[in-house]
Design a binder for this molecule. Structure first.
Ligand code: B12
Length: 212
């Protein structure tokens, strides 16, 4: 569909204004918010990743593409998250230390909020101690995001810190991000892994015994 392709291209070009304008146009024309997210925005970011890998794009291009995507997500947020649902449990989520990627985390937050979870957003570049504090503060799930192979190892650092501080048994640990796999989750002793924001909701429900 031409409009979806226009939105995708606007993200690749890093044109926030055009991205927002086209998303609004799409919604007005009756396009589904999920379709805009998956077929235009996420697909556009995947292409940006590919261009970066091939040396055609550099960090500044990635950054402006990320800004365009973030601007569009603000519009989609209320549409993707259903309102006023009951609290299913408290989840503290952050991107691990050394890692500044937050678009995937924002999407996971949106979906979890929409499903009725209370979210504590710890932000990006989060040191292990902050995850430990969140566990002490009553979060039932500690969720971590990592996009870099060099920072994903900090997920294990957090799990080790939770153990050292005697709070590992109080929480369930959920992890995700592009380089993460189920086998990595098993290897570091995380309780759950999900490959995307939609399945993050299902896994979070399962972890708290509220299977959906
Ligand atoms: C945008 C982007 C950036 C932006 C980030 C802006 C921002 N606000 O987030 C900027 C420009 C800052 C950036 C910087 C860098 N980046 Co970058 N970046 C990307 C890019 C293009 C897109 C990431 C993204 O937003 N994807 C879209 C979202 C929706 O997908 P997602 O993050 O995977 O999230 C989904 C799932 O993974 C999952 N998920 C995510 N988190 C969680 C958490 C939980 C609990 C669960 C259950 C699920 C879950 O659900 C999400 C939704 O479905 C990727 C390429 C790619 N294809 O991933 C490279 C990429 C991740 N970056 C890369 C690199 C190398 C870097 C830099 C080192 C570059 C440099 N030389 O400086 C720096 C590192 C900075 C740092 N310290 O973090 C590499 C990583 C390579 C590797 N294997 O380690 C990639 C893969 C590009 C590439 N192909 O080489 N980057």
């Amino acid at each position: 569909m031409a409009l979806l392709e226009d939105i995708r291209q606007a993200v690749i070009d890093g044109n926030a204004k055009a991205t927002v304008q086209k998303v609004e146009e799409g919604l007005a024309a009756g396009l589904d918010a999920n379709r805009i997210l998956n077929d235009a925005l996420i697909s556009g970011m995947q292409e940006v990743g590919r261009l970066f890998e091939e040396g055609e794009y550099f960090v500044p291009e990635m950054l402006i593409a990320a800004r365009a995507m973030t601007a569009a997500l603000k519009i989609l947020r209320p549409l993707l998250a259903a309102q006023g649902v009951r609290a299913l449990g408290k989840i503290a989520i952050g991107t691990v230390q050394g890692d500044l990627h937050d678009i995937g985390k924002s999407l996971v937050i949106m979906m979890l909020e929409g499903a009725g979870f209370e979210i504590v957003d710890l932000g990006i570049d989060v040191p292990a101690e902050r995850f430990v504090e969140a566990a002490r503060g009553g979060a039932q799930i500690v969720a971590m995001s990592a996009l870099l192979t060099t920072t994903m190892t900090n997920m294990k650092t957090v799990i080790d810190a939770l153990k050292a501080e005697n709070v590992r048994d109080q929480v369930r640990v959920l992890i995700g991000g592009a380089p993460i796999t189920q086998s990595y989750a098993d290897e570091i002793g995380a309780d759950g892994y999900a490959p995307d924001a939609t399945s993050a909701v299902r896994v979070a429900q399962q972890l708290l015994g509220k299977a959906g």
